[in-house]
Write a protein that binds this ligand. Structure first.
Ligand code: CA
Length: 394
């Protein structure tokens, strides 16, 4: 339960395995609570309260590209419950956030009010995912478009039961007259890949980071045969010709651009989870190079390093199962599907130390630094997930 979150000062050197998580509860989380009020009623109420101009952005949404402030004392609490397979949280003030669910639905959580803003959809196609593949496909990320209040970039799989592909798009959210609305625009699409239940394409995670006038897109590939994991840069002025920044990735699950350095985290095959620093043109080794378990029957014969490939900065075996990454104040925070959040303190391009700053018995799906005095926002995973606020000690 997220209510069992704790702050721990466990400190590990780089490249050390994360030990088993203790199961005892250490601190309670305050629970302001969401009553199960009708979402439609809440949306109507929010919309009615905002009918003040032809086009009016919700104040919280308009503030969405503010620079995060300083963290303060640790006070984890449950901000919302009952989220349905959320994939991304976008903090927009100290007391408001957007949450993107795998189905494409976007919610505005503002204090104790919850508004359903609608579902991101692409004309002629829809978000596509298969429920029995719980960790791939669907709407996978949502981020603020810098300098464009009310505008957000997203990444999802779209298609049909025959073929699916990655679609990166942009959405403008308006909460002015009438119902909240979302205007969706496709920025880039991958080639469609044939899809069958017995031979699914190697789609996996997709994470975004804002950079300059564009975005950086990390698209994962799962399985040894899938060598397609890459990171691209898509500029606003030339979206149809993405620049490939790096290749040789496996199932990326987090990007963080901090002090001019692009950090990435990805899943290894069995252990061998990696943090990398992304250099344009870099080859990061997969599927030939991995620090994963050498006894892994499915993936034997890895090279540990290889001339021409860039080694990771930090690795974990056994796996921490990273789901997400965010950066602030020379610290990287990594959400873990194993539960919890770890903090890496970095100096330039060196990871100096690690410590766990949150433990949960549930999977963590996303962690994101937000504005205001507090905090990290942390999403748990699954059909009845929670949104937590966490303020790690400085
Ligand atoms: Ca690698």
């Amino acid at each position: 339960m997220p209510g069992d979150a704790l702050i721990s000062d466990l400190t590990l050197p780089p490249n050390a395995a994360i030990p088993e998580l203790p199961t005892s509860k250490v601190s309670r989380i305050s629970t302001p609570g969401f009553e199960p009020t009708s979402l439609r009623a809440l949306a109507n109420r929010a919309a009615a309260a905002l009918q003040v101009a032809v086009i009016v952005l919700h104040p919280a949404i308009a503030r969405a590209d503010e620079t995060p402030g300083e963290a303060s004392n640790a006070t984890p609490r449950v901000f919302a419950r009952g989220l349905e397979r959320p994939e991304a949280v976008v903090p927009i003030s100290g007391d408001a956030a957007l949450v993107a669910e795998r189905s494409g639905r976007v919610l505005l959580l503002d204090g104790s009010t919850r508004s359903d803003l609608g579902t991101i959809a692409v004309p002629g196609s829809t978000v596509f995912y298969v429920p029995e593949r719980p960790y791939t496909e669907g709407l996978k990320d949502l981020i603020v478009a810098p300098g464009q209040p009310g505008t957000f970039y997203w990444c999802m799989t779209t298609g049909t039961t025959e073929a699916i592909r990655w679609t990166v798009g942009r959405t403008r959210i308006e909460t002015g007259r009438g119902q909240p609305s979302m205007a969706n625009e496709v920025v880039w699409q991958s080639e469609p890949q044939p899809w069958t239940r017995s031979s699914p394409p190697p789609f996996s995670g997709c994470r975004l980071a804002a950079e300059g006038d564009g975005i950086i897109v990390a698209m994962g590939a799962n399985g040894r045969a899938a060598a397609g994991g890459r990171i691209m840069r898509i500029s606003a002025s030339n979206a149809h010709q993405p620049q490939v920044l790096s290749t040789g990735h496996r199932n990326q699950s987090g990007l963080a651009l901090m002090s001019g350095t692009l950090w990435e985290v990805e899943h290894g095959p069995k252990g061998g989870d990696e943090v990398n620093i992304i250099v344009p043109g870099g080859d990061y080794g997969w599927p030939a190079v991995s620090s994963g378990d050498p006894d892994d029957q499915e993936h034997q014969g890895f090279l540990r390093t290889r001339p021409g490939s860039i080694d990771p900065v930090t690795t974990w075996t056994p796996a921490i199962a990273p789901s997400s990454m965010t950066g602030r104040n020379e610290k990287l925070y990594i959400g873990m599907l194993r539960g919890g959040v770890i903090e890496l303190t970095v100096n330039g391009t060196t990871v100096m130390s690690q410590k766990r700053v949150l433990q949960t018995s549930e999977r963590v799906r996303d962690v994101r630094a937000g504005p205001g005095p507090a905090m990290l926002w942390v999403l748990t995973d699954g059909p009845n997930a929670s949104l937590l606020q966490l303020a790690p000690a400085p």
